[in-house]
Design a protein around this ligand. Structure first.
Ligand SMILES: [Zn+2]
Length: 371
């Protein structure tokens, strides 16, 4: 790995209040240990998108309004950034600058936009607080759309009341507002009709920061080939996710590489990124323990036939391309357009894509490490 390494999906240890975290940890024995930003600073990872959790499953534990619960989580991330000597960033150029300076960059995100209700002014406040990536739908159906897998289904055969599937009318407004604000939409956790709705209405790239391919493994959280093509068609990226729990996800890093291979063969390696879900998952692929094992993922990608350039793309350069498009163009300056216009737009978003002769920007990197 010689490019900037970006983990597009991570959480801070503080997203749950201490009491709730203790309860959660005691239920899920054997879960991966907490990872602090100070620990990440000593690894090969240059930047993290750290997401506060805005769904009611988490925000109700904070004993304040859902929006205030998210703001207090974001404040805790800022505090940890300061105390660990990391740097808060709002743009891909700032990630590159931090990497060149040898400082861990942290970009803020939110997973579960339930916390804004139907008040787009609150999305604007999050954006002005520095939030650059939002997962609109998390572990339950909400005002924006429907989830691929409600939390009850992770737990066991519990009854779930569902709403009509797909992006809601408010969801379409949300997408337009996010485009306008330069907030990158992360369709992880959304079901396919909702994800397709986001893509249809978005004039900026849509990503899925932590996902996989259903063709490789039939997990509801993974994407069909149609969905993978649709995300790639926006210029977006799909994150390799080393999640494994009770027979679902990726049992090994070879399995992670198999998802990468399938997605790359379908839409090209320039549509892959990394989303480890640090501090957010109850179980991980065998051999992967924390950010310090990110080079092992690169190693398995190499074994799966990816070139060094492709691996640099997957490890960070691809998502930096998306982030720079998103913050420089503010997405919403274009209309959704015809299929031909969308294909054309993809060439703009993906200068390295087949059929174009764009060049990869020079990279500043934080530190060298052995894969
Ligand atoms: Zn998630």
């Amino acid at each position: 790995m010689t490019g900037v390494v970006v983990d597009t999906h991570a959480h801070a240890t503080t997203f749950l209040p201490r009491l709730a975290a203790t309860a959660y940890h005691s239920v899920l024995r054997g879960r991966p240990p907490d990872v602090t930003l100070a620990e990440v600073a000593s690894t090969s990872v240059d930047a993290l998108v750290v997401k506060a959790v805005g769904d009611p499953i988490v925000t109700r534990w904070h004993l304040r309004s859902p929006f205030d619960a998210v703001r207090s989580q974001l404040a805790a991330v800022r505090d940890e950034v300061t105390s660990s000597g990391a740097r808060l960033v709002r743009a891909s150029s700032e990630i590159r600058a931090a990497a060149a300076d040898g400082v861990l960059a942290v970009m803020l995100g939110v997973e579960g936009a339930d916390c804004i209700g139907t008040d787009l002014g609150l999305l604007e406040r999050l954006a002005s607080d520095g939030v650059r990536v939002v997962v609109p739908v998390h572990l339950g159906d909400n005002q924006i759309g429907t989830t691929a897998l409600p939390w009850q289904k992770y737990v066991g055969p519990l009854p779930v009341r569902r709403q009509a599937v797909g992006l809601t009318e408010f969801g379409a407004e949300f997408v337009r507002a996010a485009n306008r604000l330069g907030v990158l939409m992360d369709g992880s956790h959304a079901d396919e009709p909702t994800l397709m709705g986001m893509i249809e209405h978005s004039t900026a790239p849509v990503i899925c920061s932590h996902a996989g391919a259903r063709a490789v493994s039939p997990f509801d959280r993974y994407l069909s080939d149609d969905a993978i093509r649709a995300v790639a068609g926006t210029g977006g990226v799909i994150g390799l996710w080393p999640y494994y729990m009770r027979g679902e996800g990726t049992p090994t890093l070879d399995a992670v590489a198999a998802h990468a291979r399938h997605i790359a063969d379908l839409v090209g390696p320039e549509h892959l990124c990394l989303g480890t879900d640090m501090n957010g998952v109850p179980g991980l692929a065998e051999g992967y323990r924390s950010e310090r094992d990110v080079p092992l993922i690169a190693h398995h990608l190499r074994a799966a036939g990816f070139t060094d350039d492709e691996i640099d793309g997957i490890m960070g350069e691809n998502v930096l391309r998306v982030l720079s498009y998103n913050t420089s163009k503010r997405g919403g300056t274009r209309r959704a357009g015809t299929p031909a216009e969308r294909a054309d737009r993809r060439q703009t978003w993906c200068p390295g894509a087949p059929g174009t002769n764009g060049t990869r920007p020079a990279v500043g990197r934080r530190r060298r490490h052995a894969a």
